[in-house]
Design a binder for this molecule. Structure first.
Ligand SMILES: *[C@@H]1O[C@H](CO)[C@@H](O)[C@H](O)[C@H]1NC(C)=O
Ligand SMILES: *[C@@H]1O[C@H](CO)[C@@H](O)[C@H](O)[C@H]1NC(C)=O
Ligand SMILES: *[C@@H]1O[C@H](CO)[C@@H](O)[C@H](O)[C@H]1NC(C)=O
Length: 376
């Protein structure tokens, strides 16, 4: 049972690996500590074998240059038992896969394979997931992730994607982040609860808005949520956000509404809303506010109003009972200062995701198994 990985490591240390071309730069780079390995398979004829060096890394990032990984689809039906030992031996804890078109069947086959690994954090970025998902597994056979991050991932199956993805993950996810989503209309009826999820980050979804938030916060699916981040998520009024939290029965302790173009006035005709009693920290920085907004919770430990457009100090009757109030970066404190917040929606939105990434791609990992098997 233990032979295959040991043999593999031995082979890796002695064998010259095949090269696509002597002069092409290596697509993968492993750092001196054998900690982080990053691959960029953007060459039209990538040297997949270069990914072998990543087998020893803790943190692997694979970007596939936007290519389609259809060619690996045949691997999706491989019996996972065949490579279970190799996957168990990986040190891999953090994996980023980016810039590829990947068939859903292949994506879920990779998740099933990673079920044997000790992977904790998975990031998917700039992916187009094509085709129908395979039938759901009888039980969750994918990895026991603590963190799952998605940025700019589109799914051919539309709004059902979170339900499909959840079916493969062992419960225990603590952090879920979904940015630049193409659809956040979740099929709440089919979604199971996230029993351990403490952080939900829906930032950088400028089209979400309060109605989208209500649709995304499936009632009673996030029972232990403590941190809710909604930066740059198209929120307009505090009353609307409050109503969405109430409808979803979430009880966050910290709520980040920074970088939304908030209106100070309540939504006309909005019913007064009771904020969750757990809420103790609220960030409203970079929100373009010219006055303290209506509808704040009555009591807070932390209220961050920094970098808004307040032209005078807030009066006590405008503010909740608050332990730590931050007002830095408002014109009334420093009238001559430049105003970096002039355009709050652009300062945080223009994230260059192409540069923020690492990655072992679907392609990479499957190619690895393929090469590994042929060596072992
Ligand atoms: C990957 O390589 C291509 C071509 O060399 C380059 O244009 C691109 O910026 C690289 N991507 C990353 C994330 O380094
Ligand atoms: C989102 O991902 C697609 C590939 O699926 C890519 O073509 C596009 O440039 C990405 N968008 C951004 C804003 O990075
Ligand atoms: C008050 O809040 C600000 C920003 O949230 C933080 O940087 C600061 O450390 C806090 N101060 C105290 C005394 O908690």
């Amino acid at each position: 049972m233990e032979r295959a990985p040991c043999l593999l490591l031995l082979l890796l240390s002695v064998l010259p690996l095949p090269r696509a071309s002597e002069h092409a730069p290596e697509p993968c780079e492993l750092d001196d500590e054998d900690y982080r390995c990053a691959c960029n398979f953007s060459d039209p004829q990538p040297d997949w074998a270069s990914g072998l060096q990543c087998l020893v890394a803790f943190e692997v990032e694979i970007r596939a240059g936007g290519r389609s990984l259809e060619e690996f689809l045949a691997r999706a039906d491989t019996d996972p038992q065949q490579y279970a030992d190799v996957v168990r031996a990986l040190r891999l804890r953090r994996l980023t896969v980016g810039a590829a078109r990947v068939p859903a069947r292949l994506l879920f086959a990779v998740l099933r394979a990673l079920g044997y690994s000790r992977l904790k954090e998975l990031t998917l970025e700039d992916l187009e997931v094509t085709g129908a998902a395979p039938p759901p597994p009888l039980e969750a056979t994918g990895p026991a992730l603590s963190t799952l991050r998605l940025r700019n991932v589109s799914w051919a199956t539309g709004g059902g994607w979170l339900v499909e993805l959840q079916q493969w993950l062992k419960p225990g996810l603590k952090v879920l982040s979904i940015a630049q989503a193409h659809s956040l209309v979740i099929s709440c009826g089919q979604l199971r609860a996230f029993p351990a999820l403490s952080t939900l980050d829906l930032s950088d979804n400028p089209g979400l808005g309060e109605r989208g938030l209500t649709a995304a916060l499936c009632p009673r699916k996030f029972p232990v949520l403590r941190d809710l981040a909604l930066r740059n998520a198209g929120m307009e009024t505090l009353t609307g956000v409050c109503a969405a939290l109430a409808a979803g029965a979430v009880q966050p302790h910290r709520l980040d509404l920074s970088r939304n173009a908030l209106r100070a006035a309540a939504h006309p005709g909005a019913a007064p809303c009771v904020w969750p009693s757990t809420l103790s920290s609220l960030s409203l920085s970079f929100a373009g506010l010219e006055q303290v907004p209506k509808g704040l919770p009555a009591k807070l430990n932390v209220l961050d109003l920094s970098c808004n457009r307040l032209n005078r100090a807030p009066r006590a009757d405008e503010l909740p009972q608050v332990g730590n109030l931050t007002l830095a970066g408002n014109p009334f404190l420093d009238p001559g200062a430049p105003k970096p917040h002039e355009d709050p929606l652009n300062s945080g939105v223009a994230r260059v995701s192409a540069h923020s990434s690492l990655a072992i791609g679907m392609s990479g990992i499957l190619a690895l198994f393929q090469v590994v098997r042929s060596f072992a």
